[in-house]
Design a protein around this ligand. Structure first.
Ligand SMILES: Nc1ncnc2c1ncn2[C@@H]1O[C@H](COP(=O)(O)OP(=O)(O)OP(=O)(O)O)[C@@H](O)[C@H]1O
Ligand SMILES: [Mg+2]
Length: 253
């Protein structure tokens, strides 16, 4: 469904080669996590799939059509929350659907339900600046989910959340995903989060970013934190760790 064909990205500014020859296929309804060192091009990869920046070489194809700009069936959660400062939480969440003239009679009720699951009940009429960073990020996640996109791009969506909310949100994301079954590209710095969530984990090498290896996570679904103790989980996590650190796996003396 999502196909990256030898995608390269070079930024003229600073003459940075961010990505080189990245090829990847994501099936409909598949959950793919992307991990790799800071600066290896993960955000750039997501922006390319979102149609926010053009590739320098190769191409991104979605459902057989080359991506040339943002699409209504693709939603993105950015690394930092990007809310409209003048609109309250509810209007922020419903904004894309209203913008695309796809808001229906049940849009507001669905938005309220999503906000409630994200622990934001009672904050519907607050402005972004009245919320903490983690709360703002949860609003951005609700906004993406409300669109019921076929492709959901998430760039370290839980990075600003405290550990407990992060665990709750990841299970909630899996629950919603199992209902909607959109294709998900999920960037994270957390190896255990990647293994817990994903069908496959793409490990990227440092700049210029390339696909170092793709790890299949065979854990049964529905997933839960109790699986973290299983040999399958540990094997996958160790493999990813080894790929990221190479010979330099950090070790206490
Ligand atoms: N708009 C831009 N203009 C110039 N260089 C850019 C731009 N966006 C990203 N880069 C460069 O491309 C490289 C990859 O950046 P990117 O943000 O994709 O990395 P990342 O893997 O998401 O890092 P992090 O884990 O820290 O978020 C970096 O060297 C960065 O400086
Ligand atoms: Mg990034």
């Amino acid at each position: 469904m999502i196909r990256l064909e030898g995608v390269g990205k070079r930024f003229a500014r600073g003459d940075v080669e961010a990505l080189r020859d990245v090829s990847l296929n994501v099936a409909p309804g598949e959950f793919v996590a992307i991990v790799g060192a800071s600066g290896c091009g993960k955000s750039t990869l997501l922006r390319l799939v979102a149609g926010l920046v053009p590739a320098s070489s190769g191409r991104v194809v979605l459902d057989g059509t080359p991506v040339v700009g943002p699409r209504a069936d693709t939603a993105m959660v950015f690394q930092a929350p990007t809310l409209l400062p003048w609109a309250d939480v509810l209007r922020n969440v419903t904004f894309p659907l209203r913008l695309m003239k796809q808001a229906g009679g049940d849009t507001e009720a669905r938005a309220r339900a999503l906000l409630e699951t994200a622990g934001l009940k009672g904050f519907e009429n607050r402005l972004p600046k009245e919320l903490s960073g983690g709360m703002q990020q949860r609003v951005a996640i609700c906004r993406a989910l409300l669109q019921q996109p076929r492709v959901l791009l998430m760039d370290e969506p839980f990075g600003a959340l405290d550990a407990l909310t992060r665990e709750e949100m990841s299970i909630e994301l899996l629950r919603i995903w199992s209902g909607l079954r959109m294709a998900v590209l999920f960037v994270t710095h957390s190896i255990s989060e990647a293994v817990l969530l994903a069908d496959r984990v793409v490990v990227m090498s440092p700049r210029p970013g390339r696909v170092a290896e793709v790890i299949e996570v065979g854990l049964p679904r529905p997933r839960g934190f109790e699986q973290e103790g299983t040999p399958e989980f540990q094997t996958a996590a160790q493999r990813i760790r080894a790929l990221i650190y190479g010979e330099r796996v950090p070790r206490a003396a």
